[in-house]
Design a protein around this ligand. Structure first.
Ligand SMILES: [Zn+2]
Length: 62
């Protein structure tokens, strides 16, 4: 089962899903909007600007 880590939607149709590989894991997104949101968070994660949001997304990504 693949869950969109941004909106929590279950991805049932992988052919139409947006995907992104990070740390050897493939993440699925319902739309490019969610993918872009995820990417902007990743940038935040790597620059370590917003700690509380980092913790939230790091939990989701385990
Ligand atoms: Zn989504």
């Amino acid at each position: 089962m693949n869950i969109d880590p941004v909106c929590g939607m279950e991805i049932t149709n992988k052919e139409n899903a947006e995907t992104f590989e990070y740390n050897g894991k493939t993440y699925y997104f319902c739309s490019s909007h969610c993918l872009n949101q995820f990417l902007s968070v990743l940038i935040t994660l790597t620059s370590e600007i917003n700690k509380s949001e980092n913790d939230y997304y790091l939990r989701l990504m385990k």
